[in-house]
Design a binder for this molecule. Structure first.
Ligand SMILES: Cc1cc2nc3c(=O)[nH]c(=O)nc-3n(C[C@H](O)[C@H](O)[C@H](O)COP(=O)(O)OP(=O)(O)OC[C@H]3O[C@@H](n4cnc5c(N)ncnc54)[C@H](O)[C@@H]3O)c2cc1C
Length: 492
């Protein structure tokens, strides 16, 4: 099948019986729901750009499995150039949506499960790799969006899965049958889950022998029987449901999405199982997925950062301060921080290597350094954007006020006239454009998009400490001590 258009992708979601709950109710027409639709538009952009000849080299690629032209979001990376193109594609999507476009978690799951299943089969003679290749061929040929579902609720963090008071705190096998397994549990924070056709479930931590039933990975259609999602709240989300608030929303077209995904006795046929009890491989999937996902942030957050830097520059221009050297310097600092993240994304890709299964893996140390910087720099970029924007980004009256004809003034002035009088700025700049840029900055710094730009930068792909553990493991301090000894003339 050919690549889907953006419209075909949106229509394909309507054909699924996905169970979505929000504000305590089942949402039947979730595709057109005003709080959900911007997140669907965002994923749709991954389809739209793949149809644009201008971006063909970045967005499409020849499948290593079939030779067909596929969307890069479904690709197994075949070289360091592919890894770098992945980061560049993510930057482009961030620039076009100023939001989390969701489709990369699936891509990162494909690449980590592909290489890990090869190594499990090598050790145990299982058939997980063949299962996975068949599944991915189906995904590529049908140009599907797949959620990469890793993070379990985890209950008491000091306890292993098998030690939890409630076994459902980690996804686990509750029944093994001839033809498959039955699974229970949940995954939290699932990016783009509702907008995906399928999910790949993976373990979230390394496991021991007692955790065998929790060491499980599989694919499952989003509308599988027993599976449902409860929509995640974002700050200012109900602005999307207000009439005449398209400016107040800050980004009316695009947005991110997270949900709690529940598996209540879901049957998984054998052909969709990629790990089933081989507990020592749980850590390998986690490490590889996290590595790819930490690389991803060196692209997507940079693209979104580009839009925030642009917005801050516009705010300065609208205020008439764009020539001030202090403002220029702040924009330079924002650019420096943003490009440093891009350097990290490109560097861990350029230093990538071939796995036993044949796809390419990023350099783990550099990917972890990339994500560690991502836990910090967007916060500083946000601080500088808020500094340049001024307080109006959080104190301006609503869009409705700007067009209100309610009389408030002594001489019959309306609320709209008063707002337009006092929020006027330099000549040639409309108050509407000023509102638009302030709300855009608000959205990215502390509104709905801040979920993806700020808190996801902190916790997505693992909280900062998770990267520090990997940096400690990969940092080769012993080797560095030897370098110092050699030059200092120290002989043990
Ligand atoms: C916007 C967003 C999108 C996301 N998208 C996805 C997605 O698509 N797929 C997916 O699978 N996951 C996703 N995640 C989940 C993300 O990977 C987790 O948030 C992250 O791994 C941290 O887990 P947690 O949120 O449960 O935090 P917690 O585990 O509660 O961690 C909170 C703090 O406690 C510390 N901590 C936790 N456990 C221990 C311990 N045992 N010892 C010492 N300290 C500890 C952590 O270091 C951290 O500082 C997303 C998260 C966010 C915020």
């Amino acid at each position: 099948m050919a690549l889907m258009t953006a419209q075909e992708y949106i229509d394909s979601l309507r054909k699924l019986n996905t169970r979505v709950y929000m504000f305590g109710e089942k949402i039947d027409n979730w595709v057109d729901h005003p709080m959900i639709r911007p997140s669907i538009n965002c994923v749709a952009m991954t389809y739209a750009l793949a149809q644009d000849p201008q971006y063909a080299d970045l967005m499409t690629v020849k499948s290593s499995l079939t030779g067909h032209t596929i969307n890069r979001f479904t690709h197994l990376h075949q070289s360091t150039e592919d890894l770098m193109n992945k980061v560049k594609m993510q930057r482009l999507l961030g620039q076009k949506t100023a939001s989390c476009f969701q489709r990369c978690v699936g891509m990162d799951a494909f690449n980590s499960v592909f290489s890990t299943t090869y190594e499990i089969d090598e050790k145990y003679g299982t058939h997980y790799h063949e299962n996975f290749k068949k599944f991915l061929t189906f995904v590529q040929d049908n140009d599907l969006t797949v959620d990469g579902a890793m993070t379990d609720p985890k209950g008491d963090r000091s306890k292993a899965p098998s030690q939890q008071a409630d076994p459902d705190m980690y996804v686990h096998v509750v029944e093994r049958r001839e033809d498959g397994i039955v699974v229970c549990g949940a995954k939290c924070h699932q990016t783009g889950s509702i907008n995906s056709h399928w999910h790949i479930f993976m373990p979230t931590i390394s496991m021991g022998e007692a955790d065998k039933d929790w060491a499980v990975s599989f694919a499952c259609p989003t509308d599988a029987e027993g599976m449902y999602m409860i929509y995640g709240r974002q700050s200012c989300d109900t602005r999307k449901m207000e009439a005449d608030a398209s400016i107040d929303v800050g980004n009316a077209k695009f947005g991110g999405q997270e949900a709690l995904v529940v598996l209540d006795h879901v049957f998984i046929p054998n052909e969709y199982i990629f790990l089933n009890g081989e507990y020592e491989f749980a850590g390998m999937i986690v490490e590889r997925f996290a590595g790819y996902h930490r690389q991803s942030y060196g692209g997507c957050k940079v693209g979104v950062g580009d839009t925030l830097i642009g917005a801050a520059a516009l705010a300065a221009e609208y205020n008439g301060v764009e020539k001030a050297s202090a403002v220029k310097d702040k924009l330079i600092e924002m650019t420096h921080l943003n490009e440093t993240l891009f350097c990290c994304g490109i560097a861990c890709s350029a230093q990538g290597f071939k796995t036993k299964a044949g796809n390419y893996q990023i350099d783990l140390l550099l990917a972890n350094v990339c994500k560690q910087n991502v836990t910090r720099f967007p916060y500083e970029i946000v601080r500088l954007a808020e500094d340049i924007a001024g307080g109006l980004m959080v104190t301006m009256p609503s869009q409705v006020d700007f067009s209100s004809d309610t009389v408030v003034g002594r001489n019959g002035e309306t609320i709209g006239e008063i707002c337009n009088k006092f929020f006027a700025t330099r000549e040639g700049v409309s108050t509407e454009n000023r509102q638009r840029i302030m709300r855009f900055i608000e959205n990215l710094c502390l509104g709905a998009a801040a979920v993806g730009y700020r808190t996801e930068s902190m916790h997505g792909a693992g909280s900062p400490q998770a990267q520090r553990i990997m940096i400690a493991r990969q940092g080769n301090i012993q080797g560095k001590k030897q370098l110092a000894k050699d030059i200092a003339g120290i002989k043990d």
